[in-house]
Design a binder for this molecule. Sequence first.
Ligand SMILES: Nc1ncnc2c1ncn2[C@@H]1O[C@H](COP(=O)(O)OP(=O)(O)OP(=O)(O)O)[C@@H](O)[C@H]1O
Ligand SMILES: [Mg+2]
Length: 458
Amino acid sequence: MVNISEVRGNSRETRTAAHTHIKGLGLRSDGTSEKVAGGFVGQEKAREALGIVVDLIKSKSMAGNAVLLAGGPGTGKTALALAVSQELGTKVPFRPIVGSEIFSTEVKKTEALMENFRRAIGLRVRETKEVYEGEVTELTPEEADNPLGGYGKTISSVIVGLKSARGTKRLRLDPSVFESVQKERVAVGDVVYIEANTGAVKRVGRSDAYATEYDLEAEEYVPIPKGEVHKKKEIVQDVTLHDLDVANARPQGGQDIMSMMGQLMKPKKTEITDKLRQEINKVVNKYIDQGIAELVPGVLFIDEVHMLDIECFTYLNRALESSISPIVILASNRGMSNIRGTEDIVSAHGIPPDLLDRLLIIQTLPYNAEEIKTIIKLRAKTEGINISDAALEIISQHGVNSSLRYALQLLTPAWILAKVASKQEVTELEVQECEDLFIDVKRSAKIVAGAQPNSFIS
Ligand SMILES: Nc1ncnc2c1ncn2[C@@H]1O[C@H](COP(=O)(O)OP(=O)(O)OP(=O)(O)O)[C@@H](O)[C@H]1O
Ligand SMILES: [Mg+2]
C-alpha cells in the first residue's frame, strides 16, 4: 500500500505574526483617520501625517526626504511603517532594515547602506519588443549529422509553428533557442512569445482551446493572442537598481584553476563597485531621458536608527542629497542619548543634530486604557482567541501598568491554558495563571535588583 498524504498549504491566514492585524493606515478619502480602521487603533495624528507622506511618495515629490517616527517602545512605530508599505502596494519598492544590520565584518557599513538604498529605488522599464506570439501548433527539431563525426546526431534547428487569431507562421529557430524551449517545457498547445532579437522564449500558459483536455488545476489557460504572430509588444518590467547592479557585476573570473577555486568559495558581496554603480546610473539616466524607463523612488525603512553610528549618519546625509534617492523613514524609541561611535556627544534620539534638522518628525504617543483594550480585542480576534470581558479587562490593565507588548503576549498562553481546561474562552483564571508563569519586566527587575550580583551564575 502506497502512503499518500495531502500537503496542506500553510497560507498566510493560518500564521499570525506581531503585525498580522495591520492592514493599512485606515484613512478616509479626505485623509483624516478613523478611530479604529485598517487594524489600527488611535495614533490618529501619526497616521494622518503618514497618509500625507504616502501621497507624496505616490506623486514622486518626496525623493530625498526623510521622516522620523519617534516615540516610546510599543507605540506602533514599526506597525506604522508596515502600514505605509501596505498603502504603497507591491509596485513601489519597500525595503525594511534594522539599524544593526549594517554592521558586518565582511562588508563596509557604508557599502551595506548603499546597497539598501539601491534596493529601495525601483525602475519601471517599458520596452517595445519585436516578438512572435501565438499558440504552438508544431514543434519539430531538425537533426543533422554531428559535424564532429561519430554516430550521434545534433539538432541543427527547430521548426516552431505559431498560430494567433489573425494568422499562422512557421519559424526556423536556432538550436540555442531550442534549449530555452525545453527549459520552459513548451509543448504543442501552449501559448508562447519569442523575442525576435534575443531569442528568449517565454511560456505564457496553455491555450484555452485545450482547457478541457486534462483536469489540471495548476495550469493557467490563456486565450489565443490577438493580432498577427509577428508584432511589436510592450513589455513592462519592474526592477530595483540593486537588481541591475547584481546583474551587471563582473562574473567571477575566467577559466583558470584559481577561478575554479574562486567559484567554490562563496561569492563576495564587494564585487559591486562604486564605479559600476555610476555606470549603471548613467545608463539609467539615459533611459529615463529617452522615456524608456521611469524612476520609482521607494521607501527605505531603518528601524532602531539609533543603532547606526556617526559615520553612517554622515553618509545618510550625503546619500539623501543624491539625485537618485528613495524616501527614508527612520524609527527610534530613544530620547536623549549618546550618538554611537562618538565619545560623549548626546543628541535627541541618538541622531546628530544636522541630520535631525532635515527630518520631518512624526511623534507616536502612548496609548490610553481604552485604546489598549481595543488593540488587545483586535489581536484576540486575529489570533482566533475567545476571551471573556472580565479577562479582557485584566489583560488591558496589564497593558496600562506594564506594557502593551506584555499584555499582547499573555493572550496566546492564556488561550492554550483555556484549551487544556477545555473551556470555550479565556477567563480571569487563565490570565491569573499566566501572570504567575510569565512575569513582566518590572517584577523581573525587582527580583534581579534584590539578588546578589551574578547570583544566577553559580
Ligand atoms: N495603534 C495600534 N493599533 C493596533 N496595533 C498596534 C498599534 N500600535 C501598536 N500595535 C501593536 O502593538 C505591538 C507593538 O507595536 P510596535 O512593534 O509597532 O511598536 P514600536 O513602536 O515599533 O516599539 P519599539 O520602539 O519597541 O520597536 C505590535 O504587535 C503592533 O502591531
Ligand atoms: Mg519597532
